[in-house]
Design a protein around this ligand. Structure first.
Ligand code: PLP
Length: 295
């Protein structure tokens, strides 16, 4: 089946007794009209999504992505996704997709059509961009104020921090700001100067002999790639820690990475215009491990 490949999904309630889902999927031509104009995902960005990587026919970290989809749906007060149906949709797509190369598989759960009866859902697979170069040479990063203090998710749950919503306009604006400042990517800080995450990635630093990422308190996403990287490092006997990271500690770290499902781990080579130490052998090792996963 040529790429992109799109499957519309008729989302079932999480407690549906159904076990055969084939009739709830419909492949559509990616160029053909598929969504109604009153669709709230497009009208208001009101929905949640995940993007997972498929490497040589193997979808990566399906269960952590499904768990995060469910968490995002709960934060947004959307109907709980039916995990078995989503697993089946991913399997159905994989059977149609090329068995070689890297793909990005996005799946979306939207609140649906305004005043309509049900959420809408779809899955969309595309060829992944070639990130070989950026994995080998890293990214120049600028820190950007996210505009919220630490603890915002708990104080103001209506901001939907910690949910992977479709409203990525702010994240995309941050990437443009980074580009205007001569950098490749951005890293959000709280107003009280703690490290959060990138606009499309988690951050991992090495500091004092430990690999550290901000605690997934609710203000940031719990990255599936960061978890896979921590599992790998812990398996090598390294110390991996979740805790707050003051921006000063980031600036003094002896290595740092932005990590995400499709681009994988990329080293930070410059921070706010200053050269940053890079551990390229470890970056290569982590990426080789991530690319070799079969699940
Ligand atoms: N944080 C944000 C805001 C993201 O958009 C992403 C991925 O798109 C991540 C973190 C990394 O998550 P994952 O490793 O599961 O791709």
């Amino acid at each position: 089946m040529p790429l992109p490949y799109t499957l519309l999904i008729d989302p079932l309630p999480a407690d549906s007794p159904r076990t055969d889902f084939d009739a709830t999927f419909q492949a559509v031509d990616a160029d053909a009209p598929a969504l109604r104009v009153a669709e709230l995902s497009t009208q208001r960005g009101d929905g949640v999504f995940e993007t997972l990587s498929v490497v040589n026919g193997h979808p990566q970290e399906v269960e952590p992505h499904l768990a995060r989809l469910a968490n995002s749906a709960a934060i947004c007060d959307l109907p709980a996704p039916n995990a078995a149906q989503w697993r089946a949709a991913i399997d159905a797509a994989i059977r149609q997709l090329p068995a070689e190369g890297q793909l990005a598989l996005k799946f979306v759960l939207s609140r649906g059509v305004e005043h309509g009866p049900a959420p809408t859902a779809w899955l969309h697979a595309t060829a992944a961009p070639d990130y070989t170069d950026v994995r080998a040479h890293g990214v120049r990063v600028v820190t950007l104020d996210r505009g919220y203090a630490r603890g915002v998710a708990e104080r103001a749950p209506w901001l939907l921090m910690g949910a992977k919503t479709l409203s990525y306009a702010v994240n995309m604006a941050a990437l443009r700001e980074a580009s205007w400042r001569g950098a490749d990517d951005a890293l959000f800080l709280t107003t009280d100067d703690y490290v959060m995450e990138g606009p499309t990635s988690s951050v991992v630093i090495r500091s004092g002999g430990e690999y550290v990422t901000p605690a997934p308190s609710g203000a940031i996403l719990h990255g599936t790639t960061q978890q896979a990287m921590f599992d790998y490092l812990a398996g090598r006997g390294e110390q991996v820690v979740y805790r707050d990271i003051p921006a000063d500690e980031l600036r003094r770290a002896d290595a740092a990475w932005l990590v995400s499902s499709v681009r994988l781990a990329v080293a930070i080579t410059a921070l706010d215009g200053h050269a940053f130490p890079v551990d390229q052998p470890l970056t290569d090792e982590v990426n080789a491990h991530l690319l070799a996963r079969t699940a």
